[in-house]
Design a protein around this ligand. Structure first.
Ligand code: PMP
Length: 287
């Protein structure tokens, strides 16, 4: 069955939704995005995603085509129209189509931004069996640009990283810069030593994960220790546990790094506990 998607103020069947070939998102990756999970037909951490979107737009001098309230209404309408119980809502805003190709930004008064939203139906997202097994990661050099805190649609290198992982028989890649892990291709990276959770501090080196913020808050509330600092692949291999977080993977245990088993080689106690807390608390706060 065809999805109903949202494009520039209209709800349309996906086959009828169109964006110009001159759109700067298409020509220059001049766009930002967000992915919000849906559980039980409700949005998880919507506020966090909306606030980060506003920040991404501001950092790139891009106009917001809708208010936060309108955005929530569009998300809800798409979830309802597509009868999503578990899945995601993808949102993208680009600097629009100036009707030609030019490096200089168009005048926002003349060229409105493009806004697109669509749903992804993923029944069983919360009960993902991968969480019981854990995932394998490889390490790759982080050669992305220097403003990874802005959630842009420049996802070519992360896509290449996923393919490198796949080719190596792994599930994902952790990126390394100057000897330290930055983050996963589409997630934040953590290790656990005893009762202490270690993850890289926020800066322009990594995306400020919305799931990261929630998970660290829940960890502190559960009296776990949190240390925001960089770690190397060698330190990660020696850790008791490792895991990743993202809006669609929630908390996902990592059981192997570059072929070396982490801890017992099975999902760790801390990661699984955090996954449970995150899912419980997020469902309660869903909108
Ligand atoms: N880092 C990167 C590079 C990502 O692409 C993502 C997911 N989009 C994350 C971290 C996790 O962010 P969030 O928890 O907000 O999904």
């Amino acid at each position: 069955m065809s999805r109903t998607v949202y494009v520039n103020g209209e709800y349309l069947p996906e086959e009828e939704a169109k964006v110009s070939i001159f759109d700067r998102g298409f020509l220059m990756a001049d766009g930002v995005y967000e992915v919000t999970s849906v559980l039980g037909g409700k949005l998880i951490d919507f506020d966090g995603h909306a606030v980060r979107l506003e920040r991404s737009l501001r950092e790139l001098d891009m106009a917001a085509p809708v208010t936060k309230d309108e955005l929530l209404a569009i998300h809800r309408e798409l979830v309802a129209r597509n009868a999503i119980d578990e899945g995601m809502v993808y949102l993208q805003i680009t600097r629009g189509s100036p009707g030609d190709r030019d490096f200089a930004f168009p005048d926002p008064a003349v060229t409105p931004s493009t806004i697109v939203l669509f749903t992804q139906n993923k029944p069983g997202l919360a009960a993902n069996p991968a969480a019981n097994k854990g995932i394998k990661v490889i390490s790759i050099e982080d050669i992305r640009w220097g403003r990874r805190d802005i959630k842009t649609v420049q996802l070519l290198y992360p896509s290449m990283g996923k393919m490198m992982a796949k080719k190596a028989g792994a599930d994902d890649a952790w990126m390394v810069e100057d000897g330290f892990v930055t983050e996963g291709t589409s997630n934040n990276a953590y290790i656990v030593k005893g009762n202490r959770i270690i993850t890289r501090a926020l800066s322009s080196d990594i995306l400020h994960g919305i799931t990261r913020a929630a998970v660290l808050r829940f960890a502190r509330e559960a009296q776990m220790e949190v240390e925001e600092r960089s770690f190397s692949i060698d330190e990660a291999k020696q850790a008791d546990e490792a895991f990743i977080t993202s809006a669609s993977a929630f908390v996902m245990p990592v059981v192997e790094i570059d072929g070396a088993q982490v801890g017992s080689g099975t999902p760790g106690r801390v990661a699984l506990r955090l996954r449970e807390i995150y899912l419980d608390e997020s469902r309660k706060a869903a909108v």
